[in-house]
Ligand binder design. Structure first.
Ligand code: ATP
Ligand code: MG
Length: 400
């Protein structure tokens, strides 16, 4: 059996030895059959969480109420989830209640798409009651059972459908597509964090262009945070050939660039997506830098202020917008950076302390102003970066 299933095999065997059923399920089985890189190997079992805890010595309670126990085994952790059906739903979110059952087929029935509703036993046999293999063959995403019903149970499935389009380059089955078109509004009931996770996977997927097109076509975009009024802009973004090596932050920058969003509005927009502060700052910086780059090239000072990482990122995005090769001019930019006499303030030969001593003045905003002047003179090679030469320059050539 192929890695990483092989490594997890003893877990199935242990559970079976104790008299229960156990299978690999969900995404890992799908990815195995697709020959894609396999992520987490999830296990479904007829044993209850308590029974699982009785079998393995190292377990972690992560979601006992939902039937999930993490089993730690040979340095890996595996989610082992009791077969369950989901009975009642509130507000189109996840189920209120889970009912543990002893039937694999019922467990597979509650899963979102037919391609995700397959299991594999310890002998590598595929259990596929909903024709998941045919869906993989035909490259279609199709809900298990009535699409409209399944989206009412949990509207996140709608976002999942579109993100799988992006990741797998599959098409959406016609009935499922119809339901996406009709029920976009249900997305407003879903926790934003869950939507964000799916949307970012969508952005990073190989076929994000097709997925964004789908968000527009189905009207789903109207129910995503802050996107309601950007139909045309999304359309323009969707036509962009973005290399798959761009980071998630870079994707946000170029998206917001298409919205022509002022940098001052990035914070409230990104907060709408419940993004962490650090990421918001990074996107804000990236967007400001890209706007500047659209107006002018890289002067020494601009490069120094941006620092090389942001400069390269900005230049690549700029190239994409200009329909040039993304690496166009990057080498020269790096050489320009390498040639800078200093890369940051801390490398300057003088400090605020020196200035206070030389001018016999107390600290204040004047120090920052002076240091900036010195920095610029140094990076432009108007003065050498040494204490004496800077002092001379200040007092002889550059008296205020
Ligand atoms: P990925 O490769 O991104 O992990 P995945 O299909 O494994 O994709 P997970 O979120 O890890 O996605 O979920 C594991 C499995 O649980 C899915 O394959 C599917 O069978 C089921 N599942 C996940 N989310 C839902 C949902 N909202 N509704 C129904 N079933 C779901
Ligand atoms: Mg998974």
């Amino acid at each position: 059996m192929k890695y990483p299933f092989e490594k997890a095999l003893p877990i199935l065997e242990e559970i079976e030895k104790a008299g229960y059923e156990a299978y690999f399920v969900g995404g890992s089985v799908r990815d195995l059959l697709l020959n894609r890189e396999i992520g987490d190997v999830d296990i479904a079992t007829s044993a209850t969480p308590e029974e699982i805890k009785g079998i393995f010595s190292k377990t972690v309670d992560v979601g006992i109420a939902h039937g999930t126990v993490v089993v730690l085994y040979q340095g890996e952790s595996y989610e082992v989830t009791t077969f369950r059906s989901e009975s009642e739903y509130d507000d189109f979110r996840r189920p209120n209640d889970v009912t543990f059952i002893r039937s694999l087929e019922e467990d597979l029935r509650r899963r979102d798409f037919t391609m995700n509703a397959m299991a594999m036993n310890k002998d590598g046999e595929i259990i596929d009651p909903f024709d998941g293999r045919a869906a993989l063959q035909n490259k279609v995403i199709k809900t298990v059972g009535d699409a409209s019903e399944r989206f009412h149970e949990d509207a996140l499935r709608m976002m999942r459908a579109v993100r799988f389009v992006s990741q797998l380059s599959f098409a959406i089955d016609s009935e499922t597509f119809q339901a996406l078109k009709e029920h976009g509004k249900l997305l407003s009931f879903i926790a934003v964090e869950r939507i964000t996770t799916e949307f970012e996977k969508l952005l990073m997927g190989q076929d994000y262009q097709q997925a964004i097109r789908l968000l527009i076509e189905t009207g789903m975009y109207q129910y995503l945070p802050g996107l309601t009024s950007y139909k045309e802009e999304l359309h323009a973004f969707q036509q962009l050939q973005l290399d798959r090596s761009f980071t998630i932050e870079e994707h946000w920058v170029i998206l917001l660039y298409h919205f022509n969003l002022p940098p001052t509005e990035v914070e409230s927009f990104m907060r709408g997506w419940k993004q962490p502060v650090k990421k918001i700052r990074s996107v804000q910086k990236g967007l400001s830098c890209l706007y500047k780059r659209m107006n002018s090239g890289w002067g020494i000072e601009e490069l120094y202020r941006a620092q090389i990482e942001l400069a390269v990122s900005t230049e690549k995005l700029f190239n994409v917008l200009m329909k040039k090769d993304k690496d166009y001019g990057i080498k020269q930019l790096e050489e320009q950076w390498q040639a800078l006499p200093i890369k940051e303030r801390s490398e300057l030969a003088v400090t605020g302390q020196d200035l206070m001593a030389w001018y016999e003045q107390k600290g204040g905003p004047w120090i920052e102003e002076r240091l900036r002047q010195i920095e610029i003179a140094v990076i432009k090679r108007e003065i050498r970066n040494g204490k004496e030469s800077i002092r001379e320059w200040l007092f002889e050539c550059n008296q205020p």
